[in-house]
Design a protein around this ligand. Structure first.
Ligand code: DCP
Ligand code: MG
Ligand code: MG
Length: 354
């Protein structure tokens, strides 16, 4: 029989905004939004929980947030601070296991099935990690503990902020039955709308659908959906070294349309990628790519084979693609894809180490 796994999902609470509150405690009693401060074109990265009571959300245009909450205090992001906090929390995760899958700066899955610390109790490990995070960064996180990724994430989000919740195999069926289907990571707005029109609102509703019916509406996603509806999820926690790609993207404060500004953005993001790549120096790069999202929300990715992470190549890719579109840009991303075979990567790197 398959061994029951122990998975922890951790996600920092209102991350950027909480860091700002730590820096300026007087903000704690005010509604704050972090992001583009231009009321014409800014977009919010996130908001604290006071602001959320007014309906202010991540990725909301700043002007709309001000409409909802006229007293909103707007703060420009300090990415350096967020990155430092992020590095600290990932260091803490690695004190428990190397089976850590980073999802974003503030979020990760940990597979602690074989961890002997804290009497092998995943709940105690999660509690200790939360305490360490608070001690070392002054920030709160929410943690969910369960026997797969789906339920661990649901658990961490259930009581946010500063939450710790465990879903056991015994209480899972009762726990999920009435949960809305959009608690499934992957059921976004579009899928959720479609499900509503089919009368599927909760996990319970989803359980009642035949696989055949689900396949008709959701294609190859149906099997996962059917499994998820019953709290089953076979996805593994993928360690850093099993990553297929690494990328870094930035939504711009203001849309930009001139090459000089684009170059400087790419140089910036490239720098950030370089420091993130250090952890993966044993991997062989297979290709590099640039992603551009335009003001009309269309997006494009251009990829080219490359063994190195050369800034000039990125600048070239960006210029080439931009010249085909010539529209203002709202998001720029740069990334690398790794060669999938780790053995191959190591061999290729040997001459450099010699
Ligand atoms: N972020 C962003 N743009 C988005 C979503 C998020 O720039 N559309 C940034 C700001 C967030 C951080 O990433 O602080 C983490 O994202 P989360 O989705 O985890 O949101 P928060 O941590 O802000 O809030 P929560 O308490 O709901 O996790
Ligand atoms: Mg978060
Ligand atoms: Mg997150």
């Amino acid at each position: 029989m398959e061994k029951i796994k122990k998975i922890i999902h951790i996600d920092m609470d209102y991350f950027y905004a909480q860091v700002e509150e730590r820096e300026r405690p007087e903000l704690k009693t005010m509604p704050i939004g972090v992001g583009g401060t231009s009321s014409r074109r800014g977009i919010l990265c996130t908001a604290n929980y006071i602001a959320r009571r007014y309906g202010v959300r991540s990725a909301m245009p700043t002007f709309k947030a001000i409409e909802l909450c006229p007293d909103l205090v707007l703060i420009k992001p300090n990415f350096k601070l967020y990155k430092e906090a992020s590095e600290e929390i990932f260091k803490i995760f690695h004190e428990y296991t190397d089976r850590v899958e980073g999802i974003s700066l503030d979020e990760a899955y940990l597979d602690v099935t074989d961890v002997k610390l804290c009497s092998n109790s995943a709940t105690l490990i999660a509690k200790e990690i939360k305490e360490k995070i608070y001690k070392r960064t002054g920030l709160t996180a929410s943690a969910g503990v369960s026997y797969n990724k789906l339920l661990a994430k649901i658990a961490s989000e259930y009581n946010k902020p500063n939450a710790l919740l465990t879903i056991t195999p015994q209480n899972a069926p009762g726990f999920i039955y009435n949960l809305p289907v959009n608690s499934i990571n992957g059921v976004g707005k579009k899928t959720n709308e479609k499900m509503k029109t089919l009368g599927i609102h909760t996990f319970g509703d989803l359980q009642k659908q035949s696989l055949h019916e689900l396949e008709y509406h959701f294609g190859s996603y149906a099997i996962s959906l059917k499994n998820y509806s019953m709290g089953i999820d076979h996805r593994e926690v993928r360690k850093e070294r099993e990553r297929k790609s690494l990328s870094c993207e930035r939504t711009l404060m203001d849309n930009i349309g001139d090459i000089v500004q684009m170059n400087s953005q790419i140089i910036d993001i490239h720098e950030e990628m370089k420091s993130r790549l250090e952890k993966h120096s044993h991997r062989q790069i297979k290709s590099i790519f640039v992603k551009l999202k335009f003001s009309d929300f269309t997006q494009t990715t251009i990829e080219t084979q490359s063994y190195d992470f050369d800034l000039e190549k990125y600048l070239h890719l960006m210029r080439e693609r931009y010249s085909e579109h010539l529209r203002p840009i709202r998001l720029i991303g740069v990334g690398v894809k790794f060669h999938p075979d780790i053995q191959f990567s190591r061999q290729l790197y040997l001459p450099c180490c010699a």
